[in-house]
Design a protein around this ligand. Structure first.
Ligand SMILES: [Zn+2]
Ligand SMILES: [Zn+2]
Length: 673
């Protein structure tokens, strides 16, 4: 019998590696990258072996034995471990918190029944893994150039695939992927998308295009059993195309040869709790480490990526035209709501445009990024408003459900019959959400088939798909939607997009708001006119209702001119010393009382001075109180990424020493400030 000392990381909130003793036969000596079940206090935990050796500083009497090693599956590769190590170190979290939660639950379980069953099922299904292409659409010259460049990259290269909506980016991904899959018998391609349920067309397209290749999806919507099958198929190299959301970037992919990040500017790539990583940034790191190409695709790239293009770090591949012949970009017009006063949220210009589509049998989409009926209910008599009792926010009126709902803490109340303070029965909704817009439209166009798609109307599993299918089948004349309808869909008969009330984002204190608004408007506008215009037919139209028709952002939207807009924003960011020209980290604290949170941050600020680091004053967060917890934040800034990283490592140790009841967390490269 042999003895070994295994160094093992566990998913506990401590940055520590534990030593365990392993005893067994020589043939079974564990390897780095294998999972091992170990005793931890009274519990049994699944850990990852990061080192196999002979010596330990632990008192032999206290050293515990490994319970079992999961030898049924091959070890995770050292490249994968390096990726996790990088993520842990960069985002300042314990390695165990990166490594373990990313694994399927069934793999972490004490019992191995589920794992054994999954492995059996996987070995049974023999795959014919020949990418053999059928009916491949012909690419236009720009698409062809892009696909060839990507597929023929000899090592690492970061490409920004910059293409207007409808320019056929997906086709470039698929044909580049086909070449990579063809280049070796077991090569793998990873495709990341912001939200898989909103892009079902992509999954269908991939399956249709590569009927003989095993596709695995990885996202949080999968049932545990499925998730384990898919993860294992990827880990064992059986799945050669992996389509997933941000969490898929941490999957084990031993033969990864190409990474594609679709809609790279999308905020969904940023994890907002626990390990607050950016899947896009990790993807670039992973591609670099593996010396493989990576493609970041967008019609409105993030300013970070745009900046990397001008500095030469990323290579740009441009698609300036829509892929479908005669499918021209829609005409975007501004409607001044000071001159054309909206009734029920709609100007007469937008009304007659909708009417015209109804007459012609075409579809319209009305975009309003605010769900519910009205954002607040109020009493004219005494000034009462529907404040949430637990948050610094209004409770939103949901009229069909007869509820007031807080969108921050999920508190729900029945709509009061009369004013809680003065008993006035005439309570007024203020502002407009999608439900109210729908109500108004039903009155004005009683004969039209109207459908609302938002988080409320699609709460039930599968409801979103049913709704989108109805639109695609032409069973809807007017579609009303939030950002849910903006992504990915090719609505074949849609020729009008009305943007109801985009102004609120113009004057946000978040300096990223205008970049996001622009991206959102271009994305929604891009839903229109995706098909070839009929002979003598009309151009598709996008109408933007605004109080500020002279705002430079709208001028850029009208001319579809992202380039100049982005260049201008970057100049502003440079002058104001904002990202991507400096690097930031955000320390957040929360407590039952605001002063406790602020006090903690003040001490965090004062506990250390460090050359090149700016520690700003703590401030309450915009929505200070959520679910009876007060929240504040402290912004850390530095001109150098490496100096910031070095500082954070020391600072975190000092923060642990501060005695406070405040809970705190640190985010590197925050996107929501
Ligand atoms: Zn009142
Ligand atoms: Zn609330």
């Amino acid at each position: 019998m042999l003895h070994r000392i295994l160094k093992i990381v566990l998913d506990i909130p401590l940055d520590f590696i534990f030593d365990y003793r392993w005893i067994g036969e020589e043939v079974a000596i564990p390897r780095v990258g294998q999972l091992a079940l170990v005793p931890f206090g009274r519990r049994k935990l699944m850990g990852l072996i990061v080192e196999v050796g002979d010596s330990t500083d632990v008192d032999p009497a206290k050293l515990k034995n490994v319970i079992a090693v999961r030898s049924q599956i091959g070890p995770l590769s050292c490249q994968w471990l390096a990726l996790c190590n990088f993520a842990a170190s960069y985002y300042q979290r314990p390695l165990g918190e990166v490594v373990i939660p990313g694994l399927p639950k069934n793999l972490r379980a004490e019992k191995t029944m589920a794992l054994d069953r999954a492995l059996k099922k996987l070995t049974k299904t023999a795959d014919n893994q020949d990418p053999a292409l059928w009916d491949v659409p012909k690419l236009n010259p720009a698409q062809q150039r892009a696909a060839d460049t990507i597929a023929c990259t000899p090592g690492f290269s970061s490409y920004l695939l910059y293409g207007v909506t409808g320019s056929g980016k997906t086709e470039v991904y698929l044909q580049a992927a086909a070449k990579i899959l063809d280049s070796g018998s077991n090569t793998q391609v990873l495709i990341l998308v912001p939200e898989i349920n909103l892009t079902p067309q992509l999954e269908g397209n991939i399956r249709a295009r590569f009927p003989n290749i095993r596709l695995a999806t990885l996202h949080s919507g999968l049932a545990e059993g499925e998730r384990m099958m898919h993860w294992l198929a990827a880990h064992q190299g059986q799945a050669r195309i992996i389509l997933g959301t941000r969490l898929a970037i941490l999957a084990s992919l031993p033969q990864l040869k190409l990474i594609i990040v679709d809609e790279e500017h999308d905020l969904s790539y940023k994890q907002q709790e626990g390990l607050r990583y950016s899947a896009r940034d990790l993807a670039v790191w992973r591609a670099h480490q593996l010396t493989i190409p990576i493609v970041l695709g967008s019609a409105t790239p993030s300013l970070e990526s745009w900046c990397h293009v001008s500095s030469g770090r990323y290579q740009i591949l441009e698609l300036r035209e829509r892929a479908v012949k005669n499918a021209e970009l829609p005409v975007i017009k501004l409607v001044d709501v000071e001159r054309d006063r909206p009734i029920e949220g709609l100007t007469s210009t937008l009304m007659s445009a909708i009417k015209m589509r109804l007459d012609r049998g075409e579809q319209s989409l009305l975009f309003l990024n605010r769900r519910g009926y009205a954002p607040v209910l109020s009493c004219d008599a005494c000034g009462w408003v529907s404040n949430c009792t637990r948050c610094t926010a209004f409770m939103v009126l949901h009229k069909p459900e007869r509820r007031l709902r807080c969108h921050h803490c999920s508190l729900e109340l029945r709509v009061p019959r009369d004013c809680p303070t003065c008993s006035n029965v005439d309570l007024q909704p203020l502002g407009r959400g999608t439900q109210r817009l729908e109500e108004g439209l039903r009155t004005r166009f009683p004969e039209a088939r109207i459908l609302r798609i938002d988080a409320d109307s699609t709460r039930l599993k599968g409801a979103a798909q049913v709704a989108f299918d109805m639109v695609h089948r032409g069973e809807v004349d007017i579609l009303i939607g939030t950002q849910m309808v903006a992504k990915g869909h090719d609505f074949q008969n849609l020729t009008l997009v009305g943007i109801v009330n985009p102004d609120t984002a113009l004057f946000s204190q978040d300096y990223r708001a205008s970049e996001r608004l622009f991206a959102q408007l271009m994305q929604v506008a891009g839903r229109a006119g995706r098909i070839a215009r009929r002979e003598g037919g009309n151009l598709s139209e996008v109408l933007v209702q605004t109080r500020y028709p002279n705002h430079p952002l709208y001028a850029a939207v009208v001319t579809h001119d992202y380039d100049h807009f982005a260049d201008g924003l970057l100049k502003e960011r440079q002058q104001a010393c904002l990202p991507p020209y400096i690097f930031q980290a955000l320390l957040r604290a929360e407590a039952k009382e605001l002063h406790v949170a602020i006090n903690f941050l003040l001490r965090a600020k004062d506990c250390m001075a460090y050359g090149g680091i700016t520690l700003n004053d703590p401030i309450p967060m915009t929505i200070t109180r959520v679910a009876n917890v007060d929240r504040a934040q402290l912004l850390v800034e530095c001109a150098s990424r490496s100096v910031l990283q070095a500082f954070l490592k020391i600072w975190l140790v000092a923060l642990e020493e501060i005695k406070s009841t405040a809970k705190w967390s640190l985010e590197v490269d925050p996107v929501d400030i």
